[in-house]
Design a protein. Structure first.
Length: 201
């Protein structure tokens, strides 16, 4: 069964390919386009399922679709940006614009650093199953970006147990401790089961 990632995000594709190998295809590789998907669920799991189901319906039964919905939540901001992390500064906002809006919200409150956490929900749709797994990474956000590695809010997020941001830490460290890495660790054996089940048919 083909593995397809329901995302056009280059950063996410890179992280997932490191976990699943180059046989993981992106949406535009199999569809020739990135379809507009309305993510209107109230939580990460619901939005991940919407993406996975939409692509699975277009590709048929011989595909396992992997969809990720993830974001950062800041308790000080009542959990914002949360599920709106990718469009916190508005529809079509860049990673930089979203990050700067969050920095602005911290500065407004006179806060230099405050607890925050990342959530990743990974949905698997295919082979007659729908499954969602979660991963979390806790730490703090700061009011000044540091480092140029990673993507999204990484330059202002310091993981628990570290004194540098994800923008400063080596990618190999992020690959072990991130919310997405934890969720991928749960998704990988499920995908293996699905593939073996298909091979036995």
């Amino acid at each position: 069964m083909k593995l397809v990632l329901a995302s056009g995000n280059r950063g996410k594709l890179r992280e997932f390919r490191e976990a699943f190998g180059q046989e993981l295809l992106s949406m535009d590789e199999v569809l020739g386009e990135e379809p507009v998907i309305v993510e209107d669920a109230p939580d990460f799991a619901g939005n991940a399922l919407i993406k996975a189901r939409t692509i699975a319906e277009r590709l048929g039964p011989d595909v396992i679709v992997i969809a990720d919905d993830s974001g950062i939540s800041v308790p000080l901001l009542d959990g914002a940006p949360g599920i709106y992390s990718a469009r916190y500064a508005g529809e079509g906002a860049s990673d930089r614009e979203n990050l700067l809006k969050l920095v602005g919200e911290l500065k407004k409150r006179g806060v230099k650093r405050t607890p925050a956490y990342y959530t990743a929900a990974i949905a698997l749709v295919g082979g007659g199953i729908e499954q969602v797994v979660h991963g979390w990474m806790h730490g703090e956000v700061i009011d000044e970006p540091r480092g140029k590695k990673g993507f999204g809010y990484d330059p202002i997020f310091i993981p628990e147990g570290y004194d540098r941001t994800l923008g400063e830490l080596d990618e190999s460290i992020k690959a072990k401790i991130s919310h997405r890495a934890k969720a991928i660790g749960l998704a990988r054996p499920l995908i293996g089961l699905l593939q073996r089940k298909e091979e036995r048919r």
